[in-house]
Design a protein around this ligand. Sequence first.
Ligand code: SF4
Length: 270
Amino acid sequence: MAQAIERIHEDTVSRSWDQSEAETAALHRRLSDEYGSLNEQDMLAALTEEEFPGRSAVIASFGTESAVLLDIVASVNKNLPVIFIDTGKHFEETLRYRDQLAARLGLTDIRNATPSTALIRRQDRDGTLWQSDPDACCNLRKVLPMRQAIQPFGLIITGRKRAHGGLRSEIEMIEQFGERIRLNPLADWDASRIDTEFTVRDLPRHPLQAQGYTSIGCAPCTDPAAVGGDVRSGRWAQSDKTECGIHFNADGSVSRGDQQDRNNRNQAAA
Ligand code: SF4
């Protein structure tokens, strides 16, 4: 699968998405009015092909539920960029599953977003930042690479669902995400529907699912789900942390990531 990994197209990378938040707010209202009643596949096709041609990308974790969204994406456009945030801390099983799934679905443009080696050397030389400061580690290994990777795109597509609870319980199918639009085609899907779609579409499962993992992120921060716990109960199970931060700021307001971003830039400039 190596040919599909790390492909970055110069034509899109060289042009950052440039639109004000006020313009995006108006666009969000129009898109919600025009497309809000479509089913997930038609909505995805309309937004990627008619509203954001060449400016759309999927963010996928290649976790236990990713295959359904990616199958829908593949049915619309197999060449749509799919961004995988390769933190350097993933399970080997996830990396193999990414390659297997991309090949199976025929996805041609999987983009590995990796952390800055200079920042890693400076902030996490021994690779244990996740233990001492997981927010800083997520910022370094997830938030900053994601922000870099989405620069060219005005439409970001995710597999987030309200059924995951917590901060996700109020998400909309079409959202404003700062200067961008975020599409969550499966926002109102529950675990039962996801499970059914895996069967109907004959999709391969993440290999760790059989071991009790229901939501899968980096290896040091992911456990099998707690007995009776929700789908994300195995994430950062030893702390009260529930999100890595890449999805913060639907309203574009300042977040921990923004502050960390400024700190990083200040340090780099020092
Ligand atoms: S999930 Fe854990 S290892 Fe991965 S970036 Fe966040 S703190 Fe670091």
